[in-house]
Every structure is written in structure tokens, then in C-alpha cells.
Design a protein around this ligand. Structure first.
Ligand SMILES: [Zn+2]
Length: 70
């Protein structure tokens, strides 16, 4: 299902909206139709994955601080 993320240009409210066809979307908070579509959140969960230190760690640790890391 097409779920889009919107942000209201008027009050800054962020909300998600299921969009079927060309339904007009308005802000649930202030009812303004002056909203802009953000990127779809489909397939994306969470915000940023924390880097587990895989770039700096060695095969025996993940922090890059053991004796074999350098
Ligand atoms: Zn609003």
C-alpha cells in the first residue's frame, strides 16, 4: 500500500498518509492543505543504523581497540 510521509508547511507537523489515487492530503493538526510529500518510508525501518565499528575493528573484536587492531 502506498504510504507517504508528509510535512505540513504551515505548522511543521509530520504525518503519514495512505494515499489512494489522487486524494487531497491535508494536515491532521491544522487542516492546512499546504503540505509537501517527503520520501516514502516504504521499506525503511528506523532512522540510521549505528556503525558497529566494522570499518575499524579487526576479526577478533568490533571496537578497534584490541591488540590486533593496529
Ligand atoms: Zn499543519
Amino acid at each position: 500500500m502506498p504510504i507517504y510521509e508528509y510535512q505540513c508547511n504551515k505548522c511543521g507537523e509530520e504525518f503519514e498518509e495512505l494515499v489512494f489515487g489522487k486524494k487531497a492530503v491535508d494536515c491532521p493538526k491544522c487542516s492546512s492543505a499546504d503540505v509537501r510529500k517527503k520520501m516514502s518510508t516504504f521499506g525503511m525501518s528506523g532512522v540510521e543504523k549505528p556503525h558497529a565499528g566494522s570499518a575499524s575493528g579487526c576479526s577478533s573484536c568490533s571496537k578497534g581497540t584490541c591488540s590486533s587492531c593496529h
